[in-house]
Design a protein around this ligand. Structure first.
Ligand code: AMP
Length: 126
């Protein structure tokens, strides 16, 4: 079936500057901003600037430069938000929901960095 990117998704609009965001970090190929509906005291979304639907799309088709930039941006966000155990933080969860089973709401690849409180177990058994 292949990947089909919707240019009108909300994160594409953020990247075009059509709607505001609370930027945490901007790099050459990535943008990180506060989640509008935070699930914990720290809740930041990191997105690539390129038109990728999901983590698997990004892994398949992004350039090495984009992948390095994005991965480093995640590390930088963990530093900025202070969640890194290696720097005295109490940890975090990184999540990339993909497709309908994971209830991905926005069809532009994003990684959630969530922390600042105990997050409980990873997945409910229900
Ligand atoms: P997901 O279910 O993984 O696709 O997550 C989408 C996330 O985007 C949710 O946590 C929303 O709260 C967040 N979100 C939706 N619209 C915005 C927005 N305009 N600015 C920041 N975060 C948003």
């Amino acid at each position: 079936m292949g990947y089909s990117y919707d240019e009108n998704n909300i994160f594409a609009k953020i990247l075009r500057g059509e709607i505001p965001n609370k930027t945490v970090l901007e790099t050459a190929h990535s943008l990180a901003f506060e989640d509008i509906s935070p699930a914990a005291p720290v809740h930041v979304l990191i997105i690539p600037k390129g038109p990728y639907v999901s983590v698997d799309h990004f892994a398949d088709e992004a350039t090495d430069e984009e992948i390095i930039d994005y991965t480093r941006a995640i590390g930088e966000v963990c530093k900025i938000t202070g969640v890194q155990p290696s720097s005295g933080g109490t940890g975090f969860r990184s999540i990339a929901n993909t497709g309908s089973d994971a209830i991905q709401e926005v069809p532009h690849f994003h990684t959630h960095i969530i922390g600042g409180r105990n997050l409980g177990r990873m997945i409910s058994q229900a």
